[in-house]
Write a protein that binds this ligand. Structure first.
Ligand code: SF4
Length: 431
């Protein structure tokens, strides 16, 4: 019997325990308490006769036995841990297969810890590997030549993850983004063209999820759930029919899509994460020179109010540590969050992930970046800033998080939503 271990690694970051108790991080931990969709998709591409075990390190230890195959799909911050685990499994005789975002951008490094690596998306590469493995001529590296049609993508093996008390269930209906922001790895990996699953695929995936979870809280992991209004509209019909609650990523332009927003509100949308990134025009220009981000800066407040007035919470995503940030940046951001009564925040530290334009430029400029990938967790300042010392940045960052998460601000948000719902009320979501 062929045995397969799909190992989901824990999401860790460098914040202290004190910070992690803040509402911001409790909320984030809930959001990311979700199965590893890449591994569940891999599982669906494997022969049904194989014995497949999905283990999430967040909930249980790594099994200490030998499997025919062990699959790992680390993020950059998880890569060192993934390599240690991979080396152990290989010593015991398991064949280790690795793929995912970090492996796709750093294939040579990953290849020294795996028997086979996949550079690109599994739907294209895995069937080729399986064929060649049976014929005894599997290669070390499988490199994708194109971005596969998502219509080839099977329903992820959600059944493997139902044993864990996850707070949300991920669904990915599209891949790709035309905007190609400088710090974004996702758009680099998935390309500029947006590929989508069909409505029928979406319907099938939601039906499978509903057969496994009583009250699933769906988490659409698409880079931008609302990039094509007609498609989104057609998915909303399915969500409404099934009376599910959900959360998705989108951009500021949602503030102008009033009809779509009305429909989203009645189709179970609870929260939208919007990538505002910065309140500074030149920072926004540097993130995306096409002006895609910066030209929307004047309507940030209006967009929040358009969404939130419909009872949908906006989780504002901001990045600190950008080139033109000064100590005033933190105060200005706090004022914006307070004035707009932003439901939640996702404030990370600008990180030059390998594979991004930002990383390439920094390497070209000889900026000294750490070699230790575990520090690329989105919360650690990795390079010197023009206007702030590292110490000052860290203290302002912590102070900002404390102010945003203060009981007074949380109460203010609570009042804004007229006691509709708050993070603490969501503890039962997903199960
Ligand atoms: S940050 Fe968002 S808009 Fe920019 S490239 Fe990435 S997915 Fe697209």
């Amino acid at each position: 019997m062929v045995t397969v271990l799909l190992l989901a690694l824990t999401v860790r970051n460098a914040l202290s325990t004190g910070d992690r108790r803040l509402a911001e991080f409790r909320s984030r931990d809930r959001l990311w308490s979700t199965p590893n969709l890449g591994l569940l998709t891999v599982a669906a591409l494997l022969p049904v006769s194989w014995e497949i075990i999905y283990v999430d390190q967040t909930f249980e230890g790594v099994p200490e036995r030998t499997f025919t195959y062990v699959f790992l799909s680390p993020s950059t911050a998880q890569a060192p841990e993934a390599y240690r685990i991979a080396d152990r499994f290989r010593c015991r005789g398991s064949r280790v297969l690795m793929g995912g975002p970090h492996v796709t951008v750093c294939p040579d490094e990953a290849a020294s810890h795996a028997d086979v690596i996949f550079v690109g998306e599994s739907e294209e590469l895995l069937p080729v590997f399986l064929r060649e493995e049976v014929q005894g001529r599997a290669r070390k590296i499988y490199r994708a030549c194109l971005h596969p049609s998502l219509e080839l993508s099977p329903v992820p093996r959600y059944d493997l993850a139902v044993k864990y008390p996850y707070k949300s269930v991920p669904v990915q209906l599209s891949r790709g983004c035309p905007h190609q922001c400088r710090f974004c790895l996702s758009s680099k990996i998935y390309g500029k063209a947006v590929r989508r699953k069909t409505r029928e695929q979406a319907r099938r995936e939601i039906a499978v999820i509903l057969s496994l979870w009583k009250r699933p809280f769906l988490f659409f992991t698409d880079d931008n759930f609302c990039i094509n209004s007609a498609y989104t509209d057609s998915i909303l019909d399915i969500l409404k029919e099934n009376a599910v609650e959900w959360y998705a990523f989108t951009d500021v332009s949602i503030g102008n899509k009033h009809r779509l927003l009305d429909k989203m509100a009645t189709a179970g949308c609870r929260k939208l994460l919007i990538g505002f990134e910065s309140l500074n025009e030149s920072n926004l220009h540097r993130i995306n020179a096409s002006g895609f981000k910066e030209k929307r800066l004047p309507v940030y407040g209006a967009a929040v109010s358009a969404v939130q007035s419909r009872g949908i919470g906006v989780v504002g995503s901001f990045v600190l540590g950008l080139e033109d940030d000064t100590s005033a940046t933190f105060d200005r951001l706090y004022e914006f969050i307070l004035d707009t009564c932003l439901y939640g925040t996702n404030i990370t530290v600008s990180t030059p992930f390998p594979g991004t334009e930002m990383y390439r430029e920094m390497v070209e400029r000889d900026v000294l970046l750490p070699d230790d990938w575990s520090r690329y967790d989105g919360f650690t300042l990795l390079y010197p800033l023009k206007h702030l010392t590292e110490e000052c940045f860290r203290s302002k960052y912590r102070e900002l998080l404390a102010r945003i998460n203060s009981p007074e601000r949380i109460r203010r948000v609570y009042r804004y939503f007229h006691h509709g719902y708050l993070e603490n009320d969501e503890s039962e979501e997903g199960n």
